[in-house]
Design a protein around this ligand. Structure first.
Ligand SMILES: [Mg+2]
Length: 389
């Protein structure tokens, strides 16, 4: 039976908190949550695909409701199907959403499409009765174990926080099983950030690695100053030093900072990713690419980005997607990527681990639930259902 999309819903949900990085606070932060309701039935249940996007970009209610949902619902249903007509085709749904959209200008629209695309992939994997990671691995003729390397992305600036509180937070991440943690830099003076790095390295000892994230806040002079300071330490990576589109800054820094750098979470299209790889002097043998599928036109576009980076000589093991969501975890397990981040205790329940899952030695094993696995995460699933009811 051909699958039909019966309805698509969107809701805006607050994820406000008191945290701050070098460029924004999260006091007004929201996300969009979507549901794609199909007429397919599996295990006696109607298949509904769900999606939401990463923190940091606010709800995309306007473009989702005004343009992208109407295009999906107005399409000839057969035009949304794969060749066998037994499942949705992600690329055809994507092309339907992107009809009459000019190239370039990827700012917000890519988040709207990425959120809907996540729900389409969730539905597709549920219709195929497979976990998404297994479906992705099968498409690449690979085995998937469901094992995902996760690092703890924390170390934000909090009102009134002192060094002891920062170190206590890092200690909690180690106790939870992480072997790598990340802290923010660039939101205090260079001298203060050096103290933060040294204090955390001391706290971690030989048990875990530290990464730092400047959230695109540094100009060229300060990026070089931070590079010269940070190169004295054994860091896992130095993330997003300058403006995400300042490829010249990034390439100058490659001459200053010899260790691994990471960037790409704020580049939102295949073309932006291609330009980064072409012009930013990133090094295939050590740097990491952090494109976030939920923010950048979805997993459908991510697969195109991955094909491009692989053709440019980048191994999938250099890909470290941003996001802290379960789609990124499925991508890591299914596509053989390096790992992804997780925000312990932040953005709950949108960043929860699946029920009964623990981090062991830095790794999580995903449950074998069909789709993204939202249903195996009861607090998250309850929030998704309430938002899209
Ligand atoms: Mg970051």
């Amino acid at each position: 039976m051909p699958v039909r999309i019966l309805d698509v819903r969107e809701a805006t949900v607050p994820i406000a908190s008191t945290i701050r990085n070098a460029t924004i606070d999260f006091s007004q932060m929201t996300i969009s949550v979507v549901a794609v309701i199909t007429d397919a039935v599996r295990n006696g249940q109607r298949v509904v695909g769900y999606g939401y996007h990463s923190n940091g970009r606010y709800s995309q209610s306007g473009p989702i409701r005004d343009r992208f949902i109407p295009r999906i619902l107005a399409a000839d249903p057969d035009d949304l199907l794969d060749d066998d007509h037994d499942n949705l085709c992600p690329a055809r749904v994507w092309a339907t959403m992107m009809a009459n959209e000019k190239p370039g200008g990827h700012g917000e629209r890519s988040v709207a499409v990425g959120t809907l695309d996540m729900a389409i992939w969730d539905a597709i994997a549920k219709i195929a009765e497979m976990p998404l990671y297994a479906l992705l691995a099968k498409k690449r003729n690979q085995e998937a174990s469901g094992r995902v390397f996760l690092y703890a992305a924390g170390g934000y600036y909090y009102p009134g926080q002192d060094m002891r509180a920062l170190c206590d937070e890092m200690r909690r991440h180690l106790d939870e099983g992480f072997t790598a943690v990340k802290i923010k830099i660039g939101g205090a003076s260079l001298a203060e950030d050096r103290k933060r790095v040294e204090a955390v390295l001391e706290e971690l000892g030989p048990h875990a690695r530290l990464a730092v994230d400047a959230n695109g806040s540094l100009d060229l002079r300060m990026a070089v100053a931070y590079g010269e300071m940070l190169r004295e330490y054994d860091l896992l990576f130095f993330e997003e030093p300058g403006d995400p589109l300042d490829f010249a800054l990034q390439s100058v820094l490659a001459g200053v900072y010899p260790h691994a750098m990471a960037t790409g979470e704020n580049l939102f299209s295949l073309q932006d990713a291609r330009n980064l790889v072409r012009y930013a002097a990133l090094r295939r043998d050590r740097d990491f690419l952090q494109f976030d599928a939920s923010l950048s036109y979805g997993l459908t576009e991510y697969l195109r980005i991955l094909a491009m980076t692989e053709a440019q000589g980048w191994a999938p093991s250099r890909m470290l997607p941003h996001g802290g969501h379960v789609m990124a975890m499925n991508m890591v397990a299914g596509l053989g990527l390096a790992g992804t981040e997780f925000y312990p205790g932040l953005f709950e329940p949108w960043g929860n681990l699946p029920d009964h899952c623990r981090i062991e030695d830095g790794y999580l094993t995903l449950p074998e639930a069909p789709g993204m696995g939202f249903e195996a995460n009861s607090a998250l699933f309850e929030a998704i259902k309430q938002a899209t009811a």
